[in-house]
Ligand binder design. Structure first.
Ligand SMILES: [Zn+2]
Length: 327
């Protein structure tokens, strides 16, 4: 059987990281896409990789990004919807707000790139039942907003120490990176059961059995301690995926390609201490291992393959509702 994997990049921008972190100045939409996009496209082209870019609608709405986003589509990559405002509290939106959010992102992405998204990833892995139902209604093919990560509460606790959130901001971010309930969801593809029918979920793969992250941003954090340890850990993870038949869907972030030589504003991410050259070296080495062992596809192709070749389990959404009094 062909061993397949998929790869996606969340095209989070400088402003969206600052916004989530509660830092001032994000309202003027500071951007590093002019540096990042050509760098990533060159990197992928050199390795003959075609992946999925989850684009934020607000960035597609700004004229200064049009050529950059068009270049992504022209290179043959898939363009997915990563919301319009990139608010990790998207799961708290009403049905009407969800409709507007998805439609605005989709319109701007399609107008700019000519690509109508069929895949969605929520900012900060946020997802809700009304959101799934709206994706079905809009004709989407898959969602990729889950990361079954047992370390999420720990990572969130650390992240909170790097910022000064007021109670409302803490409430909004209380599910950032996923809840414990999310951590226990399946790590392989399945179908959500909703009132509008079933819908494919492609989870971001975490280490089988242990449910700890294996995507680049975590590996880069680990490499701050020891690059050898990061490489060995990734090898073990890929080996485990092969042995138990998991087709890994891995995730990239802009911060995997940007370093302290590019921006100092994102120093609340531990791996932003590293220079970009070092990061590119490690990402290149790790992706080389992935490509050696798996055929790497876009998420859209991964979803097609999953439909063709397997009968997927059906899962009840069962999302956690966060109330004001919960915090
Ligand atoms: Zn994002």
């Amino acid at each position: 059987m062909e061993r397949i994997a998929s790869l996606s990049l969340d095209l989070d921008n400088q402003w969206s990281y600052l916004k989530t972190h509660g830092d001032p100045g994000w309202e003027s939409f500071p951007s590093y896409l002019d540096v990042l996009v050509p760098r990533v496209l060159d990197f992928l082209k050199a390795r003959h990789l075609t992946i999925t870019f989850f684009v934020v609608g607000q960035d597609a709405a700004l004229d200064k990004h049009h050529e950059l986003l068009q270049a992504i589509a022209a290179a043959g990559h898939e363009i997915g919807n990563h919301s319009f405002r990139h608010e990790p509290w998207l799961h708290l939106y009403s049905k009407a707000e969800i409709k507007t959010e998805l439609a605005m992102a989709e319109d701007h992405i399609e107008r700019t790139t000519g690509y109508k998204p069929v895949g969605f990833r929520g900012p900060g892995y946020s997802l809700s039942q009304p959101l799934l139902e709206e994706l079905i209604r809009r004709g989407y093919q898959y969602d990729a907003s889950t990361l079954p990560n047992l370390l999420a509460p720990l990572a969130r606790a650390y992240y909170f120490t790097t910022a000064r959130f007021n109670p409302e901001q803490r409430r909004q971010r209380s599910a950032l990176g996923g809840t414990l309930r999310d951590a226990l969801r399946p790590i392989t593809p399945y179908r959500w059961q909703t009132d509008r029918g079933t819908f494919i979920e492609l989870p971001v793969t975490t280490l089988p059995v242990f449910r700890v992250p294996i995507h680049m941003s975590y590996l880069l954090c680990l490499s701050v301690l020891s690059p050898t340890l990061a490489a060995q850990y990734f090898n073990t993870a890929l080996g485990l995926c092969r042995v138990i038949g998991v087709q890994p869907s891995l995730l990239l972030h802009p911060t995997d390609f940007l370093g302290c030589d590019d921006t100092r504003d994102l120093s609340f991410f531990p791996a932003m201490k590293l220079p970009s050259e070092k990061k590119l070296e490690l990402v290149s080495c790790l992706l080389h291992r992935l490509c050696d062992q798996f055929t790497v596809l876009t998420l859209r192709r991964h979803a097609d393959k999953v439909i063709e070749t397997s009968i997927l389990p059906v899962v009840e959404p069962n999302f956690h509702q966060i109330s004001n009094s919960a915090l």
